[in-house]
Design a protein around this ligand. Structure first.
Ligand SMILES: Cc1ncc(COP(=O)(O)O)c(C=O)c1O
Length: 415
């Protein structure tokens, strides 16, 4: 019999916070100081193709992923907007996106003048369901944005086939999945364009930052122009302030690029630590009733930006909310994730996007999804052991927790 729940006054499994993230080593300090000493913090004004570090980072990131061209920018959101502007989205053009993702996947469509159309995800891997995408296609559809959510590759083969049949552009949102693989192919190399985020919680980070990858030189050049007010100036050309197309200022700084170069060199190790932590969690929790744990195919590489699983309330016998509260009290941060499908956010309701019925996303948001962000290094097996102990302790005490939940409910009704 495990000891009593911390929520009810017992001893918590873990008292100390999880180790700090992101991982920043001496190399990053040196690289940033080198940029500061050079006094070249941007230098876009002299070429518009970016400073020395920016161009090095673009080349190294594109090469490491296996794409032809990299265009660095200042966020994953900017990267998404750049790709949609680069394909020449027209007002009213529809872009199919999942409703179970971060806001930017869909808000970038609005930013580019398009209409987001939401198609449901699969509950096996939380990624957009090609069968739902097919139902969402109309004569206004121009593109689809699969998100490789939590680090798991989306069903690209089925999506590429649909895109081919309907002449759609495919933009992969790889914000949560750098170096993830589908059948030996890296995410970010399968669609027409791909976007990445290096915001500070991501698998590799530059504080804020982003990147577009593509094999298409014309699209890469259009992205570079959109990044820079629609102007592109090659080395040695005189600036004449000529904007060929509508652009923004989405330029990356040299400091961010210097951080990116260091982090890219260690991305393989960062991802490997996540994969090992995740595999350990899955092994230890495998027997727990009512938890649908992630089960990546052996041919793929899931890079576990988040360890997400489904919590089946009817099988476990307690609510997800009660489970999360009890875990939190045990010293384990966990969350229910996105609280609502994106189309329920006022911005998308107002902008007139449409959505197909999305029962899976609604169920994930309302009751099923559990996210553990602490799968990331420097946390290791000792921290995973605490997560496992806390989950098993709470599940073991489900009867006590259920009674406590019932009592709290009836107290609330008496108020
Ligand atoms: C799936 C997804 N797309 C896009 C973004 C936007 O990236 P950024 O925060 O760098 O703008 C994020 C994350 O923040 C994300 O998780």
């Amino acid at each position: 019999m495990s000891s009593s729940l911390a929520l009810l006054g017992g001893e918590p499994v873990r008292r100390e916070p999880f180790p700090p993230f992101p991982i920043i080593e001496e190399e990053e300090f040196d690289a940033v100081l080198e940029v500061l000493r050079s006094r070249q913090l941007s230098t876009f004004h002299s070429s518009f193709l970016g400073g020395r570090k920016v161009r090095q980072f673009e080349d190294e990131f594109a090469r490491a992923t296996g794409a032809g061209y990299g265009v660095a920018c200042n966020s994953g959101t900017a990267a998404l907007h750049m790709t949609l502007a680069a394909i020449g989205l027209e007002p009213g053009d529809e872009v199919i996106v999942p409703p179970y993702t971060f806001t930017a996947t869909a808000s970038a469509v609005l930013m580019a003048g398009g209409v987001p159309v939401f198609a449901d995800v699969r509950d096996t891997d939380f990624n957009i369901d090609p069968a739902e995408v097919e139902k969402a296609i109309t004569e206004r559809t121009r593109a689809v944005i699969p998100v490789h959510l939590f680090g798991a590759p989306a069903a690209m083969d089925e999506l590429l086939e649909l895109a081919g049949a309907h002449s759609l552009r495919v933009i992969e949102d790889c914000a949560q999945a750098p170096a993830a693989e589908l059948d030996g192919r890296k995410v970010g190399t399968m669609g027409d364009l791909a976007t990445f985020s290096f915001q500070e919680t991501k698998n590799m980070m530059t504080g804020e930052g982003g990147m577009v990858l593509t094999d298409d030189l014309d699209l890469a050049e259009r992205c570079r122009a959109v990044r820079n007010h629609g102007e592109v100036l090659a080395w040695g050309e005189r600036r004449d302030y000529r904007s060929a197309l509508l652009g923004w200022n989405y330029r990356m700084t040299e400091i961010e690029a210097a951080l990116g170069i260091c982090q890219l060199a260690r991305l393989g190790g960062f991802n490997q630590a996540r994969i090992e932590n995740a595999a350990y969690l899955t092994r230890q929790l495998d027997q727990a009733r009512g938890l649908a744990l992630p089960s990546p195919r052996s041919e793929d590489v899931h890079v576990f930006h988040i360890y997400a699983f489904r919590f089946l309330e009817s099988e476990v016998g307690i609510s997800r909310a009660g489970f999360l509260r009890a875990l939190e009290a045990e010293g384990i941060p966990a969350s229910g994730g996105y609280p609502r499908p994106l189309y329920e956010n006022p911005v998308f309701e107002r902008a007139g996007g449409r959505h197909l019925p999305c029962p899976v996303s609604e169920r994930l948001c309302a009751a099923e999804a559990v996210w553990l962000a602490q799968v990331r290094p420097p946390a290791g097996i000792a921290e995973m052991d605490d997560i496992v102990s806390a989950i098993l302790k709470v599940l073991d005490q489900r009867e006590v927790l259920r009674e406590w939940e019932l009592r709290s409910d009836s107290d609330a009704q008496d108020d």
